[in-house]
Ligand binder design. Structure first.
Ligand SMILES: [Zn+2]
Length: 195
């Protein structure tokens, strides 16, 4: 079985899963898949409730951020910057993971290798990005740089959420975000007993 060869359908499904799992609010988060041969990025739209997304809503932009089709997410710069700096990135996912935001604020030590669930999903490490306004070039650059320099595949954006990229499918990026939320939850619960 080929998993969602149509990038528009894959983005719709992944955004729906994030919403139903409570990892984003109705208008939050964004997802993209790159077509490097054509230099185009498929990206979730702004201002469409995530439970109502349809393949026809997915926007298309070029690597300079020019709109080819639709109305891209306001966080499109972040996606483009990750694709520019990390050649192996095939999909990027951004969600407002509640426990990851909490763990970031508390400065908890997040070592994915401590637990099977996170070891095989998050990878070796979690990058941390300072508080920066959403949708800005500064946030896009800081996030892409943190991922690139650390070699981590996920980053927590302080006070905001998390980003994962995948060098395979968008489902691997979803797996990484779910793993990060799991890890953050466990470390937070543990911290309550070690005060
Ligand atoms: Zn966000």
């Amino acid at each position: 079985m080929e998993i969602d060869s149509d990038p528009r359908e894959a983005i719709v499904r992944v955004m729906g899963l994030l919403y139903r799992r409570g990892l984003i609010n109705i208008m939050g988060g964004n997802a993209s898949i790159i077509d490097r041969d054509r230099g185009l990025v498929y990206i979730s739209p702004s201002a469409v409730p995530k439970n109502l997304l349809e393949p026809g809503d997915i926007a298309v932009i070029d690597m300079d951020g020019n709109v080819v089709e639709g109305k891209p997410s306001s966080e499109y710069r972040l996606h483009l910057e990750v694709y520019r700096r990390i050649d192996s990135a095939e999909a990027v996912l951004h969600a407002h993971l509640p426990h990851a935001v909490l763990a970031g604020d508390l400065g908890l030590n997040l070592d994915p290798e401590r637990y099977i669930e996170s070891k095989y999903t998050v990878g070796k490490c979690v990058a941390i990005v300072e508080r920066l306004p959403s949708g800005t070039k500064e946030l896009a650059e800081a996030t892409a740089q943190a991922l690139h320099e650390s070699g981590c595949k996920v980053a927590i954006l302080l006070g905001h959420g998390a980003v994962a990229y995948s060098d395979k499918t968008i489902y691997n990026a979803l797996d990484a975000l779910e793993g990060l939320e799991f890890l953050s939850y466990i470390e937070y619960m543990k911290s309550l007993y070690h005060r």
